[in-house]
Write a protein that binds this ligand. Structure first.
Ligand code: AR6
Length: 168
C-alpha cells in the first residue's frame, strides 16, 4: 500500500473515495464537511438522511459511506472524529477507529485509492501532531488487498508539514 501526502482541497480529488470529518448527526456542518456537501450537491445529504433514519447518530470512531454526488470521487466515507477533551476520554482509540473503520468500508467497496482529511484537527481541536501519528500508524497497520493507495489530503500548512516529516 502506497502512502502519499499532499496539500489539497479534498473535494477536488479524483480518487475512489474521500473521507469526510463529519459530525454525529451526519447532517453537514462547517470545515471540510461543509466543503464536501457544498461541492457535491444535495444527493450526499439525502443519502446521509437515509442512513441516519435507519441507524441513528454515528458515534465517534464509526464510519458510513455514500455516493459522492457531483464530486470527482466515487464515494464519500463519513467518519466522526472525537472531540478533543484533554486526551483521557478515549480520544486516541476513537481517532484510530475512524481511520480503520473508513478503510474497512473502503475495502468492502473495492476502493483502490482513498484520500483522508485530517480528522478532528479543526473544530474538534485534536492536537495535530498526535492526530497525524495516530492516522499514520492506523493506516500502516491496515491490511486489505483492494486498497492500493492512501492519500493524506492536508489542507493547512501545519498538517502538511507534520505529515511530510512523519512519512519521510
Ligand atoms: N479539504 C481538505 N481538508 C479541509 C478542507 C478541504 N476543503 N477544509 C478544511 N479542511 P474540520 P473536525 C481541514 O473542522 O475537526 C464540521 O463542522 C482542516 O484544515 O473540518 O473533525 C463537522 O460538521 C482540518 O485540518 O473537522 C463537525 O461538526 C480538517 O479539515 C466538525 O466540523 C478537519 O477540520 C468536525 O470537526
Amino acid at each position: 500500500m502506497k502512502i502519499e501526502v499532499i496539500q489539497a482541497d479534498i473535494t477536488k480529488l479524483a480518487v475512489d473515495a474521500i473521507v469526510n470529518a463529519a459530525k454525529s448527526s451526519l447532517m453537514g456542518g462547517g470545515g471540510v464537511d461543509g466543503a464536501i456537501h457544498r461541492a457535491g450537491g444535495p444527493s450526499i445529504l439525502a443519502e446521509c438522511k437515509v442512513i441516519r433514519n435507519r441507524q441513528g447518530d454515528c458515534p465517534a470512531g464509526e464510519a458510513v459511506i455514500t455516493g459522492a454526488g457531483k464530486l470527482p470521487a466515487q464515494y464519500v466515507i463519513h467518519t466522526v472524529g472525537p472531540i478533543w477533551n484533554g486526551g483521557d476520554s478515549g480520544e486516541p482509540e476513537k481517532l484510530r477507529n475512524c481511520y480503520l473503520n473508513a478503510l474497512k468500508l473502503a475495502a468492502q467497496h473495492d476502493v483502490k485509492t482513498i484520500a483522508f482529511s485530517n480528522i478532528s484537527t479543526g473544530v474538534y481541536g485534536y492536537p495535530k501532531k498526535q492526530a497525524a501519528q495516530i492516522a499514520l500508524s492506523a493506516v500502516k497497520s491496515f491490511k486489505a488487498a483492494s486498497v492500493q493507495k492512501v492519500i493524506f489530503a492536508c489542507f493547512d500548512e501545519e498538517n502538511y508539514d507534520l505529515y511530510k516529516e512523519l512519512v519521510e
